[in-house]
Design a protein around this ligand. Structure first.
Ligand code: HMG
Ligand code: MG
Length: 297
């Protein structure tokens, strides 16, 4: 897809900033995205067209897309429903991502819908997006555990995930929303999706680093055959559903590992470190990324 061995799908401006307590000024968000692109990241998810009361950190989504101009249209944006799609279409967005839940409780808390009702919301959204020529990614959250329901049965994750994908997505991103997965469980879930007809090249992995397992999990997924990895610059973010949680797998940590394995990503680590160091000044907190801490010295 990108001419590299793997695709790093950068989610810092969206998943990272949506979970930071402070709201980053619009100018800084625009510069952040430009700098991530200049560092060689092939995909940079920009923002979300969700209800601003639910995610005030991204309430400036329309202004951000306007500021990014025509080049910004290729950046994926999160869209939960037709109202969000209308907003994305008005701005010329070319890639959207829907985000479903593998569990009943998180569907209620994140989408104000039951597990089954979420499909009624996504179905017309994806159908209209595809008819308009947009690419659609589907996320599924709580794949390896849920803070209210505990362990989530593999069959349930695979059932919800394949239903989301079959709506018309080009890729399904498997989210470890609260960072509880371990390497063996990563392989088990990937095997189950493969058996259900979704090969590794239709899948991405989206690890949060709450228990420090994200890098090991990414390696397990790479060994299995997955080639798209979600990560956030500097490990930005947190998780509103897990106390003391860190954010996503840090892009710098992933890149250090991939570089060591000789896997080409097209991303320049030095430029990325400079970018994350600069972004940290807007958040007034140190990055949890060990690679960033070491290289930023
Ligand atoms: P709702 O309140 O049920 O919406 O929220 P509704 O359909 O009943 O509409 C209520 C009002 O909201 C209406 O306005 C709508 O127009 C408006 P009114 O008529 O009352 O004036 N509205 C909207 N406004 C702007 N943009 C919209 C929109 N939709 C409705 N898109 C909804 C349902 C889905 C909108 C809400 O629950 C929501 O916004 N949820 C988003 C939560 C979110 O963004 N979570 C974080 C992203 S998921 C994630 O981070 C996980 C991931 O990283 C993977 C992983 O780690 O697992 C992807
Ligand atoms: Mg996430």
């Amino acid at each position: 897809m990108t001419g590299h061995d793997v695709t790093i799908y950068e989610v810092g401006p969206r998943d990272g900033l949506q979970n930071e307590s402070g709201v980053v000024p619009l100018d800084a968000k625009v510069e952040f995205i430009h700098r991530l692109v200049a560092a060689g990241l092939p995909v940079v998810e920009a923002t979300s067209f969700v209800h601003p009361k639910w995610v005030p950190q991204l309430a400036d989504a329309a202004e951000l897309m306007e500021r990014l101009g025509p080049d910004g249209r290729r950046h994926p944006v999160l869209v939960p429903n037709e109202r969000g799609l209308d907003r994305a279409l008005e701005l010329g967005c070319e890639h959207i991502a829907i985000f479903g839940s593998a569990t009943e409780t998180f569907a209620q808390r994140n989408l104000n819908r039951s597990l089954d009702e979420q499909f009624a919301m996504f179905e017309p959204t994806v159908a209209r997006a595809r008819a308009a020529g947009l690419d659609v990614r589907a996320y599924i959250s709580m794949c390896w555990g849920d803070p209210w329901e505990g362990a989530v049965p593999v069959d349930q994750v695979v059932d919800v995930g394949t239903r989301l994908f079959d709506l018309g997505a080009s890729q399904l991103s498997l989210g470890d929303t609260i960072g509880v997965a371990t390497a063996g469980a990563v392989g088990t879930l990937l095997d189950a999706f493969n058996a259900a007809g979704l090969p590794d090249d239709a899948l991405a992995v989206h690890f949060h680093d709450t228990y420090g397992q994200a890098l090991a999990n990414a390696y397990a997924a790479w060994q299995h055959g997955v080639r798209t990895f979600d990560a956030s610059a500097g490990g930005l973010g947190g998780c509103p559903y897990a106390e003391s949680a860190t954010g996503n797998l840090a892009t710098e940590d992933l890149l250090w590992q991939l570089n060591g394995l000789g896997i080409r990503t097209g991303v320049n680590l030095e430029k990325l470190v400079t970018t994350s160091t600069w972004m940290a000044t807007h958040l007034n907190k140190p990055s949890p990324s060990r690679v960033l801490q070491t290289l930023a010295g």
